[in-house]
Design a protein around this ligand. Structure first.
Ligand code: FCB
Length: 497
């Protein structure tokens, strides 16, 4: 067929098939067109019965620096707390590290093509602070942002919009050693200085920044239970102070973006809010779930969006309450442009109660279902309630789902194909609930699927796979799973398929 006779759809089809070898999965390739248009030229019988997402809804994938980049000793990068933590015996299930991970530092061009093949027009990645300031503060590494320059140019050349996270847990080890990391408010200040430098250098191309990924996990797993870097098990007063410093770091970073980024640059947190779902949808339970949501996120979204710790939070902490000034609270609650939410599972099912708090949390039965990780409970309705509560409680006008996805066993068949029906089921159900939210006017403007690739899953090493693409960590070969086709079709139709 002569080239000029090919429609865009046919051409795109050829490209997709070429890049991915979709045919090995026995699947058709689809157009990159979206929404109603895409529906219109589908044969009647293959049109989705589902209503679509709003026009302009951004579809993307998400990753983080330490989980995919590798190249830990290249171009002047300093060590991060995760490099040291992963080397300690007993910290990572399979004794792996992120030294090579997905080798994305060298394979980013190939990986951008994988995004493009999905039809994804947005990408959330994180910048490694220790590449930029190997000592945490002071003189920036002249080569520190070169990799991100290259990545941004590649994304732009392929029509993919960058959403950059400033901190996805790879704190420069120097700050841990010198200052005690987030136990010191000087780390919050160092984070603001690093943010200012990145904003100066990258905001010509990055228009959306996320400050800190999941403050709450960094506090709990990193500083309370010690299962994430830096592996501390702090007493309650110190833990509350760490929580305060991290929130302060978020606020200072928002201010640094305002002061240093190009006009129009947007910024917000990316939090795994504690999700509170009405056990049964009655007006009283819904109200109770909202109250619970505000209280159980007191040290994170509540203080960021209200500028105060709740009375119940301070009363419960008692003598161990964090030390702070009114100025700290003003900084922490610096106005944001959007709220990013990492949504994986229901944390609590809530019932109205005639007690001081106004709610009780229903206990989970042992048989409550979960995915291929004990923590990853299956509860798609969290994808409806979490953004709805956030929009309503704090009058938030713009929300991004910054992460959602699941681990799966992903055993390749003899022909190499990966029929990850469990991931497809999970995504279909969560996205259906997201569509329910947007249809009701909850202002969710985009969705980033975790993750583009299988990667270094923190203390689970390479044993938990979250990718749309399988990665063979011996050869670095990437293979699309069935879920990659599911996501591509969903993006193409702008509706759950
Ligand atoms: C989130 C993290 C992300 C990844 C997913 C599975 O808590 O932000 O890096 O590990 O869980």
């Amino acid at each position: 067929m002569p080239f000029l006779k090919l429609s865009r759809r046919q051409f795109a089809k050829m490209q997709f098939s070429k890049i991915l070898g979709w045919s090995t999965l026995g699947m058709s390739a689809a157009t990159g067109a979206r929404g109603a248009d895409a529906q219109a030229d589908l044969p009647q019988e293959s049109r989705s019965a589902q209503p679509g997402f709003p026009n302009g809804f951004r579809w993307g994938t998400a990753t983080s620096s330490y989980q995919i980049e590798g190249a830990v000793n290249e171009d002047g990068r300093g060590p991060s707390i995760w490099d040291l933590f992963a080397q300690k015996p007993g910290t990572i299930t399979d004794r792996s590290t992120g030294d090579t991970a997905d080798d994305h530092y060298h394979r980013y061009k190939e990986d951008v093509q994988l995004m493009k093949a999905l039809g994804a027009k947005a990408y959330r990645f994180s910048i490694a602070w220790p590449r930029v300031f190997p000592d945490g503060t002071g003189t920036p590494n002249p080569k520190g942002l070169d990799f991100y320059d290259r990545l941004l140019d590649e994304l732009s050349a392929n029509g993919i919009e960058p959403f950059a996270t400033l901190y996805h847990w790879d704190l420069p080890q120097a700050l841990q050693t010198r200052l005690g990391g987030w136990t010191s408010r000087d780390t919050s200040k160092a984070f603001a200085d690093y943010t200012a430098y990145v904003a100066d250098r990258l905001s010509d191309r990055v228009k959306h920044f996320f400050t800190i990924n999941e403050c709450s996990r960094t506090v709990s797993l990193g500083h309370q239970y010690g299962s994430d870097a830096p592996g501390l098990k702090l007493p309650r007063a110190e833990l509350n102070q760490v929580r305060h410093h991290i929130a302060l770091g978020h606020g200072l970073a928002v201010q640094a973006i305002r002061a240093h980024a190009r006009a129009g640059t947007k910024v917000g947190p990316a939090e795994n809010a504690v999700s509170c779902i009405p056990a049964i949808d009655t007006p009283a339970n819904i109200r109770a779930a909202e109250i619970a949501m505000r209280e159980l996120n007191a040290g994170y979204l509540t203080v960021m969006l209200e500028g105060k710790y709740t009375d119940a939070y301070l009363a419960q902490a008692g003598r161990d309450a964090p030390k702070f000034t009114p100025e700290d609270l003003r900084i922490i609650s610096s106005p944001v442009d959007f709220v990013g939410l990492n949504v994986y599972m229901p944390d609590h099912y809530v019932m109205a109660a005639d007690n001081a708090r106004g709610f009780t949390l229903a206990p989970f039965p042992a048989s409550f279902p979960h995915m291929d990780a004990p923590w990853l409970r299956l509860g798609p309705e969290t994808m409806y309630w979490t953004p709805r509560h956030v929009a309503k409680l704090w009058n938030v006008k713009s929300i991004y789902i910054t992460e959602n996805g699941t681990a799966g066993t992903d055993q390749p068949a003899a022909d190499g194909s990966i029929s990850d029906l469990d991931r497809v089921m999970y995504l279909r159900n969560y996205l259906t609930q997201l569509q329910r939210a947007t249809a009701e006017g909850v202002p969710v403007h985009g969705y980033f699927l975790w993750s583009l690739l299988d990667n270094f899953e923190w203390s689970d090493g390479f044993e938990k796979r979250f990718g749309l693409y399988r990665v063979d960590f011996d050869t670095q070969r990437r293979t699309p799973k069935l879920s990659a086709s599911f996501y591509r079709e969903t993006i193409a139709r702008n509706a759950v398929v």
